[in-house]
Design a protein around this ligand. Structure first.
Ligand code: AMP
Length: 543
């Protein structure tokens, strides 16, 4: 027997239809790639997205075809996103920070038929266009007046594509399991692999993201997703903002603290989402300029571990609450958020900071467990750490085109590649990527925890810890530090700072100072590069 309720397919265009109808005048503000700012709203953006969909249909794009974007967070990018998936095609957000060969590989592998791109990427697209085997249409995301002389074949101006559409078009009533989006993981080894989101998975993720302990967007919220749409769907913010009717502030090509700070203040941003490096720069900027944070109440930070000192600084200096988030491209991407439980709210401020340093509790819709090397489940005692496994309706089942073969175990669990603890209250804490954990004398040392403690030193701008070979212990930690400008801490200063904060046997065997720590295309510390950089290094006690 079947139940008696409606089968209302979960399709992403329903999100923007809802936003346009119920929150039509809520604004979408963009720091434009051409300069200046543009102001629009959900009603207009929906109308223009429909015109994009109509334009694509005119170009011959059909259900299931892929259309790529190489673009910053802008109003036009949101229009493309909804326009592409709304007409039944797949919105493939390409990360422009990847190496050029990887971008070429990804576009060819996805078989993208259309490439939308921002003015910033004209030189890039000129270089790669001859190597793109499947792209038939190039659309420059600007008005005709900004289109430069270029070798890119059959170049269309985005505003012309829209102007040629009258908007008399209907969204595609596809099955909810039809793919809506595609995003490649920026894997450090091997070729990137594609995660093909469905309409259903994206809509369910939106419900999860908007639950109160997660992003919890409301129609009164103003959100600035600094995290780019090409990085794991900007953590679902452009969907969640539409569902809630929140005001959306888009930073365009800007990631620098002064510009972002200006937007936060002028637009009355209440909530933001970004990786820790953005906030390291912001805190330094605020310290120098002596400015405050306006109406900002909460910053969601994820993508890499958030150091405790950052959580403390935000709260004590600016009365802004940090909400730690963890997830991955394969999870659409949200898995856990670090909002405070009823029990945590009873604790002291310092204890709450400790809890907020953890990556958080699972959103409903995400199942989580930790297992040992044999796949046996480990206790949720906050101490045992094991491989973090996840399962749920917005978790990957297989990579695009079957790359990587079977990625689930017999019970449907996906191995995140992270190592974590889960405490009795359900708070998960990442100790490391499985491949970055430092194996010393048969025990594991968490590089993330050492980094977090090191960054707590007042003169440290950024810190990375890698495991390097040691004749006696197998591996030992090397602490790599970028000093803050105009400071000059010594090795001993840093070791003294760590003393007592971490277990004795976790203490780094040496400290080195560098000008810069390399980052991946999604803002994570590039441990592989660091390990290569230091491959000839020998610890003083191992020479
Ligand atoms: P990506 O698919 O690029 O978003 O990368 C996902 C990976 O980033 C995860 O598997 C983690 O290793 C790491 N990550 C994401 N959020 C956090 C966090 N809050 N703390 C530590 N690592 C994180």
């Amino acid at each position: 027997m079947l139940g008696g309720m409606q089968d209302w397919p979960l399709l992403v265009w329903k999100l923007i239809d809802h936003a346009a109808l119920h929150h039509g005048s809520r604004e979408i503000v963009t720091a434009r790639v051409e300069g200046g700012e543009s102001r629009s709203n959900w009603r207009e953006v929906r109308e223009r997205a429909l015109k994009v969909a109509q334009g694509l249909s005119r170009l011959g794009v059909r259900t299931g075809d892929r259309a790529a974007t190489l673009a910053w967070n802008t109003q036009r990018h949101v229009e493309c996103w909804y326009g592409i998936s709304g007409m039944g095609a797949v919105a493939h957000t390409v990360n422009p920070r990847l190496f050029e060969e990887q971008i070429v590989y990804i576009i060819n592998h996805a078989g993208d038929r259309v490439l939308f791109f921002d003015l910033t990427f004209v030189p890039l697209v000129e270089r790669i266009a001859p190597k793109l085997n499947t792209v038939e249409h190039y659309v420059l995301m600007t008005g005709r007046e900004h289109v430069p002389e270029t070798s890119i074949p059959d170049l269309l101006a985005y505003e012309d594509l829209i102007a040629a559409s009258d908007g008399d078009f209907e969204w595609a009533n596809v099955d909810e399991l039809t793919p809506a989006g595609l995003c490649y993981t920026s894997g450090t080894t091997g070729n990137p692999k594609g995660v093909l989101y469905t309409h259903r998975s994206n809509v369910l993720h939106t419900f999860g993201a908007n639950s109160a302990d997660a992003l919890g967007l409301t129609s009164a919220a103003t959100i600035l997703p600094v995290v780019p749409m090409y990085h794991a769907n900007a953590w679902g913010v452009p969907y969640a903002a539409a569902a809630a009717g929140a005001k959306l502030v888009m930073g365009g090509a800007h990631f620098d603290a002064p510009t972002l700070h200006g937007l936060i203040m002028r637009e009355g941003v209440t909530l933001t989402a970004a990786v820790p490096t953005v906030w390291l720069a912001m805190l330094q900027h605020l310290e120098k300029s002596g400015q405050g944070m306006g109406e900002l109440k909460r910053v969601v930070i994820g993508g890499s571990a958030v150091p405790r000192s950052m959580i403390v600084d935000f709260k004590e200096k600016y009365d802004v609450t940090v909400c730690h988030a963890w997830g991955m491209t394969e999870m659409s991407p949200l898995g856990t958020l670090g909002s405070l439980s009823a029990a945590a709210l009873e604790k002291t401020q310092q204890e709450q900071f400790d809890i907020q340093t953890k990556q958080g509790r699972a959103i409903f819709g995400v199942e989580m467990k930790i297992v040992d090397d044999n796949g046996d489940e480990m206790p949720r005692d906050g101490k045992a750490f094991g491989h973090l496994m996840v399962r749920g309706p917005w978790v990957v089942r297989e990579y695009y085109a079957g790359d990587g073969g079977h990625v689930l175990d017999a019970d449907g669990w996906f191995d995140t590649g992270d190592v974590a603890t889960i405490d009795p209250s359900g708070y998960m804490q990442i100790t490391d990527r499985a491949k970055d954990v430092i194996k010393s004398g048969g025990e594991w040392i968490s590089s993330i925890e050492l980094e977090n403690e090191a960054v707590g030193h007042a003169a440290v701008a950024e810190a990375a810890v890698i495991g390097l070979p040691h004749p006696k212990w197998d591996e030992r930690p090397l602490l790599i530090v970028v000093r803050k400008p105009d400071t000059n801490p010594s090795k001993q200063d840093l070791l003294d700072h760590l003393e007592g904060r971490v277990a004795k046997w976790w203490m780094p065997n040496d400290v080195v100072f560098v000008d810069e720590i390399p980052h991946t295309a999604t803002g994570k510390i590039q441990k592989l590069t660091l390990r290569q950089q230091f491959k000839d290094y020998r610890f003083p006690d191992a020479a």
